[in-house]
Design a protein around this ligand. Structure first.
Ligand SMILES: [Zn+2]
Ligand SMILES: [Zn+2]
Length: 131
């Protein structure tokens, strides 16, 4: 979906700042922290990045990921699928987990209709294990 259309559909006013934050997230191949997003922004201060992200989360466009530290990371929610990640506790590398989701299992076990879930993994990556 075009960002203009997406913003319109979710009743988000298209500002330059939001556009830029959105485009950084759409280019990212892994979740980014606020610092990392701001680092890629031209001329946007930290609090504007923060506010844009909060808006996106409220509108269900962005997901928050927690990897066991105080700095959540953010990624765009995909319409067709969603993603889970694993982070190395030593070097900070993040990999995407493909086809790993327990929604169906939890749904079967509990009969709940799952509306949201959070699932991230923290481990030691193969490279760090070799050291
Ligand atoms: Zn590592
Ligand atoms: Zn999932």
């Amino acid at each position: 979906m075009q960002e203009r259309e997406l913003f319109h559909k979710n009743k988000i006013k298209l500002t330059e700042q939001r556009k830029e934050v959105y485009s950084i997230l759409s280019r990212a191949i892994k979740p980014l922290s606020l610092d990392e997003i701001q680092h890629d922004c031209n001329k946007i201060d930290f609090s504007s990045v923060y506010r844009s992200i909060r808006t996106f989360i409220q509108k269900g466009i962005v997901t928050e990921h927690y990897f066991g530290d105080r700095k959540p990371k953010y990624s765009l929610k995909m319409n067709d699928s969603h993603r889970h990640y694993i982070k190395c506790s030593k070097c900070g590398r993040i990999d995407e987990l493909k086809n790993v989701c327990i929604i169906d299992e939890v749904n079967k076990k509990t009969k709940y209709k799952i509306v949201d879930h959070y699932m991230e993994f923290i481990g030691v990556c193969p490279e760090c294990l070799k050291k």
